[in-house]
Design a protein around this ligand. Structure first.
Ligand SMILES: Nc1nc2c(ncn2[C@@H]2O[C@H](COP(=O)(O)OP(=O)(O)O)[C@@H](O)[C@H]2O)c(=O)[nH]1
Ligand SMILES: [Mg+2]
Length: 338
């Protein structure tokens, strides 16, 4: 199979961020003929029926998959056909891999030596899908208690007086994140050998830095237009509050992940980054009432902000993929055809 790099996408996201469920929902919609845009081309049989089954089987039974084990890696390569008035008929190869999200933590730990070949290949993909699930997100610590004698406190004692917190006092949220006011319980500062859980957003930014460095982009340098689109997918969007659903994924990310947003704004052209609110299953399959509904009428949906800021909605769960591969024409596939 001639895998044009055009269809090679990397899915990035921490543990439980919704990657497997989304891939399964896209494949299941294709197999059931529910997608208005995507189908398997005649004769273009997927060469990995096993991978497809692993991903779709749970959804056929209306449940979520068990965690993808850390060492399990599914590499999926299939031929697809996209058809829509805005796009014409386009055949493309899609290569994505699904892996245990914990790998992200391991990568972070060995950030200089630990990048294996599969991650180097991912670095050269034509598009990135960045998965974030609000309930699985480990937030940045917002209040950090500095205990005397830790490496942090000695570092701080060399800082100019104006930057130094009151001795033994906490760094308060407004010193670091003026816009964030809710607090989490005090986190003791880690010692040199303590294991550290890396906040999700830092792991994602680190991952993006690696992918960019691997491609030779300097810091702040924008990839050429259309060469590396990044879809930021906030998954389980059905579970966010009505307020955020109304405001949409752009506002949600600006408020909840300002570090990631600023990184994206300074390192990518704004046309090459698009934010989606995605519900791969349309609701929560762990809720029995919804699960019954899903059994009769499976499917999910996807929302994003249109050019004027209004929220658009489609039942095409593959839309983030279509946009990442085809750009604006792909995004039009989320609009109904006349
Ligand atoms: N409500 C809701 N929950 C979801 C959805 N997709 C995933 N989840 C939840 O997220 C969990 C992790 O999803 P999974 O796809 O296995 O994440 P992965 O580790 O990134 O592959 C699932 O067990 C569900 O609880 C969705 O569309 N709606
Ligand atoms: Mg998984």
């Amino acid at each position: 199979v001639n895998l044009s790099s055009q269809g090679t996408l990397a899915i990035i996201g921490g543990p439980e961020s919704g990657k497997s469920t989304w891939l399964g929902s896209v494949l299941e919609a294709i197999q059931q003929g529910q997608s208005q845009v995507l189908r398997l081309p005649p004769g273009g049989f997927p060469n990995d029926a096993h991978a497809i089954n692993v991903l779709t089987e749970p959804l056929v039974e209306a449940r979520y998959s068990k965690r993808t084990p850390t060492d399990q890696q599914i590499d999926l390569q299939i031929g697809l056909e996209a058809r829509h008035a805005a796009l014409g008929k386009r055949n493309f190869q899609l290569a994505v891999s699904d892996y245990g999200g914990e790998q992200i933590d391991v990568l972070f730990e060995h950030r200089v030596r630990g990048w294996g070949q599969p991650w180097r290949v991912r670095a050269n993909s034509a598009g990135l899908l960045l998965f974030i699930r609000p309930d699985a997100n480990l937030p940045l610590p917002r209040t950090v208690q500095i205990s005397g004698g830790s490496p942090w406190s000695s570092g701080l004692s060399e800082a100019p007086t104006s930057l130094r917190p009151e001795a033994g006092g906490p760094i308060t949220p407004d010193q670091i994140f003026p816009t964030i006011s809710d607090e989490v319980p005090d986190v003791p500062a880690p010692g040199p050998r303590d294991p550290v859980r890396v906040p999700s957003v830092l792991a994602l930014v680190e991952m993006l830095q690696f992918l960019r460095a691997e491609r030779g982009y300097g810091s702040g340098q924008h990839p050429p237009p259309g060469v590396l689109r990044v879809a930021i997918v906030v998954s389980a969007w059905d579970a966010v509050s009505d307020e955020w659903r109304r405001k949409g994924p752009n506002h949600y990310l600006a408020e909840h992940m300002p570090l990631l947003e600023e990184f994206m704004w300074s390192n990518f052209a704004s046309e090459d980054v698009l934010r989606f609110g995605l519900s791969a299953t349309g609701g929560d399959l762990k809720d029995d009432t919804y699960r019954k509904k899903y059994e009769d009428d499976p499917g999910g949906w996807c929302e994003w902000a249109g050019p004027g800021g209004g929220i658009k909605h489609t039942s095409e769960v593959g839309l983030p993929l279509l946009w990442t591969v085809f750009g604006d024409q792909g995004l039009s596939c989320g609009e109904p055809e006349e």
